[in-house]
Design a protein around this ligand. Structure first.
Ligand code: AMP
Ligand code: ZN
Length: 139
């Protein structure tokens, strides 16, 4: 993908703060970090989202996430690490190259907006109906 900024980062056409690379995966620091150590893991093969990504690349990204989250724990001693992955502009995916965010939180940092929503019980009938729709669509 010629205009994809993450492809350009993988190719070295754009700079990045690389933390990890292997045959299938590249990981680097987010330059607009929500917290210290905010890291992005991407497949080297360009795909937009979870609908498109081949299983082997998905597996590689998530195997790498385990390696990197361990390094984040050892290096930064966070109280927790949120994993976030957005699919589609409707949920604010901005860079259309699949990426998994690892977002650590230090004890002196504020709660992450992505992990601090209010729990409100839903309508159980509606939840059941939605679950049935999804089950019927599973292939
Ligand atoms: P999103 O698509 O909303 O899941 O997030 C895209 C993320 O990519 C944002 O957190 C950006 O700060 C980050 N980002 C965009 N351009 C760069 C870049 N050149 N280097 C590192 N991170 C970037
Ligand atoms: Zn790309």
């Amino acid at each position: 993908m010629e205009e994809c900024i993450f492809c350009k980062i993988i190719n070295g056409e754009l700079p990045s703060f690389k933390v990890y690379e292997d045959e299938k995966v590249f990981a680097f620091e987010d330059i607009n970090p929500i917290s210290q150590g905010h890291t992005l893991i991407i497949p080297k093969r360009h795909v937009e989202n979870l609908w498109e990504i081949p299983e082997e690349d998905l597996a590689a990204v998530h195997f790498a996430s385990k390696k990197i989250i361990r390094a984040i724990k050892d290096a930064l001693n966070p109280v927790g690490v949120a994993c976030l992955q957005l699919n589609g502009r409707g949920v604010n995916q901005v860079v259309m190259h699949y990426h998994l965010h690892l977002i650590p939180r230090a004890s002196d940092e504020p709660q992450l907006p992505v992990s601090s929503w209010e729990l409100k019980p839903g309508d159980m009938k509606e939840i059941q109906q939605i679950a049935e729709k999804i089950v019927a669509a599973i292939k």
